[in-house]
Design a protein around this ligand. Structure first.
Ligand code: ADP
Ligand code: MG
Length: 247
């Protein structure tokens, strides 16, 4: 396994005349939580969408491990190992925790989708489902219907669904948004635990969470990287203090 989980080089994305991401290069190592911060409109979500394939790059190259994935559609990137948590949009609200995670596990296995009956007979899908539920801290909640889960538990379910696809890297866009302190604590601990088996790229506004979680920190402004490195070094960077941290 290569040490680099993902590398993007000289990525660009224009929306009409707007340069949302410009000449951006970033590397995420295996076992590393890499946080991306920057003011609203800096291009953070666009970067995540370029990496997951929701958006096609206007320029640049993306490599996942040793494989070039720049032109691949999102589903092919997911199979190749890019896991992306979508806030709620992928959860089936009337299905149980187990059913939701099993569907995600099946999507990876390429087996024909058999929602009822046959699906649970596939032992690999079953074991991946149980493992992902456990890692996301939802053991014991398997039979609960998704729409009665708390806000925090729904976020855990999204992460379980990503884990069930067997990703090498997990992309998280503001996973703590809309969360109270207590719920956020649980999600922060869950994200911290992901680095044992996955690379993580997280965009987050909560600076306390960022400095608690990040092994590496990249600051974006106007679609570009203005600083990148160890969090303590980046924090002291004059351009970062001026542009973002406000002092
Ligand atoms: P961030 O997530 O850092 O707040 P975004 O990546 O959402 O920033 O946006 C970066 C820039 O690109 C902004 O100027 C935004 O208005 C623009 N932008 C983002 N998505 C689109 C889109 N689908 N169409 C047009 N402009 C967009
Ligand atoms: Mg955003």
């Amino acid at each position: 396994m290569p040490e680099l989980a993902l590398r993007a080089e000289r990525l660009g994305k224009n929306f009409g005349g707007v340069r949302a991401v410009a000449d951006l290069s970033i590397e995420i190592k295996r076992g590393e939580i890499h946080a991306v911060i920057g003011p609203n409109g800096a291009g953070k979500s666009t970067l995540i969408n370029l990496l997951s394939g929701e958006l096609a790059a206007s320029a640049g190259e993306i490599r996942l491990g040793d494989a070039e994935i720049t032109g691949l559609a999102p589903d092919k990137r997911a199979r190749a190992g890019i896991g992306r948590a979508f806030q709620k949009t992928t959860i089936f609200p009337r299905f149980t925790v187990h059913e939701n995670v099993r569907l995600a596990a099946q999507a990876r296995s390429r087996a024909p989708l058999r929602m009822f009956g046959g699906a649970s007979a596939d032992p690999e899908v079953q074991s991946r489902t149980i493992e992902a539920i456990g890692k996301a801290g939802l053991a014991g909640r398997e039979a609960i219907v998704a729409n009665v889960l708390s806000h925090g538990e729904q976020r855990q379910l999204e992460i379980a669904m990503v884990l069930a696809t067997g990703p090498s890297i997990i992309l998280l866009d503001e996973p703590l948004a809309g969360m109270g302190q207590a719920e956020a604590r649980g999600i922060i601990a869950l994200i911290a635990s992901l680095r044992a088996h996955h690379a993580v790229l997280i965009v987050e506004h909560d600076m306390d969470a960022v400095f608690e979680l990040a092994d590496k920190l990249t600051v974006m402004q106007d679609g570009q990287v203005i600083a990148s490195g160890l969090p303590e070094d980046v924090r002291r960077h004059p351009a970062v203090r001026a542009a973002y941290l406000g002092n």
